[in-house]
Design a protein around this ligand. Structure first.
Ligand SMILES: Cc1ncc(COP(=O)(O)O)c(C=O)c1O
Length: 370
């Protein structure tokens, strides 16, 4: 075999897949580990979703509804937009991919921040487009530099609000000014994967921006069922945007991109207000407790509007990550993101948070960090 691999593909670093929990436990000789590394919902999935999925298992011999009619209808009602202003994806990841596929060509430019969610830049690389990467400023998206980077080749700007991995957010007024300064040929993609965890008064009213889009840049909001709704494994997310953009994205999607169980599960989860509210409440309580206790250990945790946060452990984060693994606590080192002394941890259940804190406290002492 003599493959002629295109340069843009050759240059891509694959997304670090992570090992299954069982394998990791075998490798490190541990049992009963806890995973606080992927910002999943530690309280499980909505019980209504689990029930609905169970009841529809008998329909798996059929292809899914390619229009995802009932889920789209429910999202339209929930978000206050028209059904034609919604596109569903196999995770919100897939909607990111649709946007890049539909709007990026060889010399198109896409603006992203660093550090932020890694997938934006990867999809642009696959498409052979040009990534213009702007460093965060004080852990926030640097809106002025992003604006200064926009030119006639700019097709998309990705802003995750709140940002992963910093957990920081942008005030709605700042975003409105930014949106009003962008030229009309650009699409601003607001990745709101963690918006559910944000205080309500900090939300940008994207649906009304979509409704009153005349004279403005394109605006897209990406949302997911993977976090607050606890359905990461099902892979379902959606985008809200003008119908004109949705029409382009439908042209690049596979007909059955959201599977039947995902459609049924997400529909039920959307109606499970109790589970959703409990998740937000317990997340807030857990975050508050953890922040206080971590400060007591002599480390600096950073305020976050999500279900995860950064901690400056004042020492090598990779080493701490490995030591924590031996204690069965899986977190994420931020050294690959340019923060060699920071770890990122997802808020867990009360039991998990206590276990994390004890492991952190022991590791900090063992490594002489504080
Ligand atoms: C900022 C951000 N956007 C998008 C995603 C992808 O979410 P989904 O599971 O819907 O593909 C993630 C996942 O962690 C994320 O952190």
């Amino acid at each position: 075999m003599k493959l002629d691999i295109p340069e843009n593909i050759e240059n891509i670093k694959p997304y670090p897949p992570g090992k299954p929990l069982d394998e990791l436990e075998r490798e490190y000789g541990i049992t009963d580990s806890i995973k606080l590394a992927s910002n999943e919902n530690p309280w499980g999935a909505s019980p209504k979703a689990i029930k609905a999925i169970g009841e529809s298992l008998g329909d798996m011999q059929r292809y899914p509804d390619g229009s995802a009619y009932y889920l789209t209808e429910a999202i339209a009602k929930y978000a206050g937009v028209g059904m034609s202003e919604i596109i569903l994806g196999n995770g919100s990841n897939e909607v990111i991919e649709f946007l890049v596929k539909a709007f990026v060509q060889d010399d198109s430019e896409v603006i992203t921040s660093h550090p932020s969610f890694l997938m934006y830049q990867k999809f642009v690389q696959v498409r052979g487009g040009v990534n213009r990467v702007i460093p965060l400023k004080d852990m926030h998206h640097d809106l002025q530099t992003i604006l200064d980077t926009v030119n006639e080749k700019t097709r998309l700007i990705f802003i995750d609000n709140p940002n992963n991995p910093t957990g920081t957010y942008l005030e709605p007024e700042l975003l409105i000014d930014f949106i009003n300064s962008l030229p009309e040929h650009v699409i601003l993609v607001l990745d709101e994967a963690y918006v559910d965890f944000m205080d309500l008064d900090k939300w940008l009213d994207v649906p009304s921006l979509i409704k009153n889009q005349a004279g403005r840049c394109g605006i897209v909001s990406l949302r997911t069922f993977s976090k607050a709704y606890g359905l990461s494994g099902l892979r379902v997310g959606f985008g809200l945007m003008a119908e004109e953009i949705v029409t382009c994205l439908h042209k690049v999607r596979q007909p059955f991109n959201v599977n039947s169980l995902a459609q049924v599960g997400a529909l039920a989860a959307l109606g499970d207000v109790d589970f959703y509210e409990q998740t937000l409440l317990k997340n807030r309580q857990g975050m508050k407790w953890l922040m206080k206790e971590i400060k007591g250990l002599g480390c600096e945790p950073f305020a976050s509007q999500t279900n995860f946060f950064l901690i400056d452990v004042q020492g090598n984060a990779d080493k701490l990550y490995t030591e924590m693994l031996y204690k069965g606590v899986i977190i994420r080192s931020m050294s690959a993101y340019g923060y060699p002394h920071y770890i990122r941890v997802t808020v867990g259940t009360t039991v998990e948070n206590k276990r994390f804190l004890k492991a952190l406290s022991d590791c900090l002492k063992e490594l002489n960090y504080v």
